[in-house]
Design a protein around this ligand. Structure first.
Ligand SMILES: *[C@@H]1O[C@H](CO)[C@@H](O)[C@H](O)[C@H]1NC(C)=O
Ligand SMILES: *[C@@H]1O[C@H](CO)[C@@H](O)[C@H](O)[C@H]1NC(C)=O
Ligand SMILES: *[C@@H]1O[C@H](CO)[C@@H](O)[C@H](O)[C@H]1NC(C)=O
Ligand SMILES: *[C@@H]1O[C@H](CO)[C@@H](O)[C@H](O)[C@H]1NC(C)=O
Ligand SMILES: *[C@@H]1O[C@H](CO)[C@@H](O)[C@H](O)[C@H]1NC(C)=O
Ligand SMILES: *[C@@H]1O[C@H](CO)[C@@H](O)[C@H](O)[C@H]1NC(C)=O
Ligand SMILES: *[C@@H]1O[C@H](CO)[C@@H](O)[C@H](O)[C@H]1NC(C)=O
Ligand SMILES: *[C@@H]1O[C@H](CO)[C@@H](O)[C@H](O)[C@H]1NC(C)=O
Length: 870
């Protein structure tokens, strides 16, 4: 539940998930290829369009232009919201979409793990998980392939990223579209130098291209590939999606084989501008790898954009089997080294006696209060403090006040977790190691620690390694496409970092998994030839290894809604002699269900091969809770799987031939449709030497039955939608002066995405029209006066299309917790409303709903709002 006081942070603009940038639109024009030649003589498409705008007295400013003929032609404009309907209707205009803000990628930090004592010899764990090590051993490292990275730039001076910029170097080119000071609310200042001032892009670049031979023995997946760096973020802050479009088109025009984007924002719709452009580039033969997102804790239906674009690779994260750490040496007693969670050795060169702030290893608030006067000078000691209750900074500050310089925090739960220690020389150790040291201190034994400055690097085994990362976002997208597509290592990845910030770091996120697949795609293009590009998704999906949902043999396979086809197996994608396509069967919902699907098995090997076919179901994921409204945040899989009848259980294919198999799907019938269960799994194709899989996923319900508007009080403690005042209090028949903060604010939560959300002002005595099916054909798209379907109102207040659902775990509107609209007395067409009493009529179209069918909308009529300006 959220406190209503949070609402005082409302901004007085119409926001929709706070991501729409006011008065900015991307207009797509029908391009030359779509027009008859004769029109060209009138000048460029852009000039014609601007002339038409001027003719209609539409004020506008051109922010940027796009002229990728055959892909995307148009412009990003500054345009008043009340002109949008007019522009949308102009001939030559194909589409108009608001410019949205895409958040800066925020990698997740190191995950909790439990140490065990098995171990791998080197820093290549993620390569071993995916067979990349086997390809490197054969000298395959991406030679001849070019990858464009759209991110924060790259520190190309890093010696393991080529140590330079331009032709002849690893980073052969690129562009800075924004400049250091840019944020989505500032003017970009482009320049040709894509140097990274933050670090994210340099980390991403190392996963693709770090040269071997560095201190951590890491190497990029495709370290012989060439890289272009497209920088679209300033040193801090977000980016507007019209710049992402520009970078995508530039990446295409520069001839990159692969474009990788470790970024995105809540969306779930393939219709967002950047998703549309990404998807068109994929159709043009560029491989697009895009992060699925780090919103795993929000549960299903949270796919992000542009990863939600049709056909593009959306990448899930799988936890690494190893986590980088360091060992401290124990002196005074015989004891194994103590592992502390830090990529680098602590900057502490002496041998330090131990001092514990408490001898009670269960003390919850250890060192949260200033240490007692009896505390000795701690400057020559390593101070042991138990984790818990207050911030690490507070504990460390209290110990530092007594002279402490070197600190170990011991965990209060099993395993490890990353902690924020600010400027302090401090790291986390496991609870049992902490207990050992505290007991040594308590028994006054002469034990001390030292922190070797080299040779003590140690990779902790991660028992969650090989499972989907808990932060990886669930799909599907709202068109029921399988998002994510595949997974790759993205949890606990060590890679390059700007030299000014230390040169290497460990990060987690789908941001790290995405370049891994980009690099993997380079290895496939290098070995199989660039003509394989149209089949590359099938190759990766059919050769990926399915992921389990748990460590027990009896645990269900993970739902494909979070793991896609599973963890990429790159050497198999390179070597497979059997080509199965398509790699995924998208079964849609029960209303659009086509049970009979076909796939082909092609034998490109030199021997006649017999394949056994079996159905391997994954766990079925109920996505909506018992109230039938809110999506679940923790998915509990069940065994109610689909049934599949295959035309053959075995098929023999001669060299160079192919066989077609048909599968008849029966979605699980023993499920509760109100929980909107996603079922998924694989059809496995196994020969003596190979094992491949076709993925499938579908919804065992009709998506149109899913309620869009959250009508519960779960989030705020009062029922939404609601009209509230600035203090966040829901009022009844309230009166507003519209002076200063005294405005009515509509607060709503979207429990599900909607293709069309519309607010209208209506008279106080308005009667919502009876639900009937046949409506007039009036133009619904974009604000069109006071008419939507055949419902007449006083006028539109706002209209948003392809809106994502809101998140339960977010505490602000800006973080997508809710959607709000503040009424300042002006209709969407710019006209002022007279003083009087009104209501707001809210409509949301259901997913897969028809905007011309009244019953496909949900609606809500507000209480009376009285406007009294004086
Ligand atoms: C109300 O807000 C809109 C933008 O959301 C703006 O165009 C309009 O001028 C404002 N009207 C008043 C009276 O402030
Ligand atoms: C570095 O990695 C290579 C290849 O995986 C391995 O053979 C070597 O032993 C590793 N070296 C160290 C110091 O870990
Ligand atoms: C404690 O151990 C250190 C070396 O680890 C040694 O130099 C010192 O003399 C010992 N002190 C006592 C009191 O045993
Ligand atoms: C680090 O410590 C662990 C646990 O005590 C031990 O298994 C490992 O061999 C040590 N490695 C190094 C490089 O010291
Ligand atoms: C390590 O600590 C010493 C003295 O405590 C300091 O002078 C030095 O700058 C530190 N090094 C780093 C890399 O922080
Ligand atoms: C770390 O130290 C620097 C310089 O002394 C200071 O500017 C910064 O605020 C400190 N950061 C933290 C988290 O204490
Ligand atoms: C599911 O069906 C709807 C309605 O026909 C369609 O728009 C959508 O693209 C389909 N999804 C997939 C993945 O085929
Ligand atoms: C609110 O207004 C309605 C008419 O729109 C009226 O029936 C109702 O009594 C009013 N309630 C309050 C608390 O004033």
């Amino acid at each position: 539940m959220r406190s209503a006081a949070l609402l005082t942070f409302f901004t007085f603009i119409a926001t929709c998930s706070a991501r729409v940038i006011q008065d900015r639109y991307v207009v797509e024009l029908h391009d030359l290829q779509a027009l008859s030649g004769s029109k060209r003589s009138f000048g460029s498409l852009h000039e014609n369009f601007y002339r038409n705008l001027r003719k209609r007295d539409v004020p506008f400013d051109v922010v940027r232009e796009y002229s990728a003929d055959g892909v995307f032609v148009g412009a990003s404009l500054k345009l008043s919201a009340d002109q949008v309907g007019e522009v949308a209707k102009m001939s030559g205009v194909k589409a108009i979409r608001p410019v949205i803000e895409v958040p800066r990628p925020k990698p997740v930090k190191v995950q909790v793990v439990n140490p065990t004592d098995s171990g791998l010899p080197d820093g290549q764990a993620s390569h071993i998980m995916t067979g990349v090590d086997k390809l490197h051993a054969k000298g395959i490292a991406g030679k001849g392939i070019t990858i464009g990275i759209i991110d924060t730039g790259i520190d190309y001076n890093h010696p393991f990223l080529g140590g330079g910029f331009g032709p002849g170097h690893k980073v052969i080119g690129g562009y800075d579209f924004v400049g250091d000071d840019y944020t989505s609310s500032k003017q970009p200042v482009p320049d040709p130098d894509p140097m990274d001032c933050e670090g994210h892009g340099t980390h991403v670049a190392g996963i693709i291209g770090a040269n071997p031979g560095n201190p951590f023995n890491i190497s990029g997946v495709a370290y012989e590939a060439s890289i272009n760096a497209y920088r679209i973020f300033g040193c801090s802050g977000d980016v507007s999606d019209d710049i992402i479009i520009e970078a995508l088109l530039r990446g295409y025009q520069d001839g990159n084989d692969i474009l990788s984007l470790s970024l995105g924002g809540p969306n779930g719709w393939p219709e967002a501008s950047s998703a549309v452009v990404a998807s068109r580039l994929e159709d043009k033969g560029v491989v697009l790898t895009i992060a699925q997102g780090n919103d795993g804790s929000e549960g299903p239906w949270a796919a992000s954009s542009p990863a939600s674009g049709a056909h593009v690779f959306s990448i899930a994260s799988v936890d690494n089997i190893k986590i980088p750490a360091q060992n401290a040496t124990v002196h005074g007693v015989t004891h194994d080294p103590i592992v502390y969670l830090s990529t680098f050795p602590l900057n502490a060169t002496g041998e330090y006696p131990i001092y514990a702030t408490s001898t009670d290893t269960t003390k919850a608030n250890d060192a949260c209060d200033p240490l007692p006067d009896s505390t000795p000078d701690l400057s020559d000691k390593v101070v042991l403090i138990r984790r818990g209750t207050c911030t690490f900074a507070q504990k460390l500050g209290n110990a530092a006040a007594k002279g402490g310089k070197v600190f170990l925090i011991y965990n209060n739960v099993p395993g490890y977790a990353s902690i924020t220690t600010g400027n302090y020389t401090a790291a986390l150790v496991a609870a049992d190691d902490g207990a050992f040291l505290v007991n040594q201190f308590a028994s006054k034994s002469n034990v001390s620690l030292s922190f070797p400055q080299s040779g003590a690097y140690y990779e902790l085994p991660d028992p969650h390694g090989g499972f989907i990362s808990s932060f990886s976002t669930y799909g599907l997208n709202f068109d029921l496409e399988l998002k994510p597509t595949v997974g790759a290592p993205g949890g606990n990845i060590i890679s390059t970092y700007p030299l000014a910030k230390g040169g290497y770091t460990v990060e987690s996120g789908t941001s790290m998994a995405t370049p891994f697949v980009a690099g993997s795609a380079a290895l496939v293009l290098q070995t199989r030839g660039k003509s394989i590009v149209k089949g590359i998704r099938d190759l990766f999906q059919t050769t990926a290894s399915p992921l389990s949902s748990g460590t027990e043999e009896t645990d269900l396979l993970q739902t494909l809604a979070v793991s896609g086809a599973g963890l990429v197996q790159v050497n198999i994608a390179v070597d497979a002699k059997t080509i199965v396509s398509p790699g995924q069967l998208l079964l849609n919902d029960t209303a659009h269900f086509n049970p009979i699907r076909k796939f082909t098995i092609k034998n490109t090997g030199s021997e006649t091969t017999t394949y056994k076919l079996t159905h391997v179901p994954a766990g079925t994921a109920p996505t909506v809770g018992s109230d039938g409204i809110l999506t679940v945040t923790a998915v509990t899989l069940n065994r109610q799987s689909a049934r599949v009848d295959l035309s053959q259980n075995q098929v023999t294919v001669r060299p160079g031939s192919e066989a077609t198999v048909s599968a008849v799907f029966h979605p699980p019938s023993d499920v509760d449709e109100k929980t909107f269960p996603i079922y998924s799994g694989f059809i496995q194709i196994t020969s003596l030497s190979e094992s491949l899989r076709v993925s499938y996923a579908g919804l065992a319900a009709s998506i149109k039955n899913k309620q869009v508007i959250d009508t519960t009080d779960t989030f705020f403690g009062f029922k939404t939608p609601a009209i509230v005042n600035t203090a966040g209090q829901p009022g009844v028949n309230a009166s507003y002066t519209l002076k200063g903060d005294d405005q009515p604010i509509l607060v709503l939560r979207l429990a599900f995405g909607t293709p069309l959300l519309r607010l209208d002002l209506v008279p106080e005595n308005f009667k919502a029209p009876p639900h009937k099916r046949s409506l007039s054909d009036s133009f619904w798209y974009w604000i069109s006066g006071g008419i939507l379907g055949d419902v007449k109102t006083l006028g539109a207040l706002a209209e948003y299309d392809y809106v994502p659902r809101n998140y339960l775990g977010a505490s602000t509107a800006a973080a997508n917790g809710w959607t709000e609209y503040a009424f300042n007395g002006t209709l969407a067409d710019g006209s002022a409303v007279k003083d009087g009493s009104y209501k707001v009529f809210l409509r949301a179209l259901r997913v897969a709903g028809n905007p011309k069918v009244n019953t496909d909308f949900e609606s809500w009529l507000s209480p009376t709002i009285t406007i009294k300006r004086s």
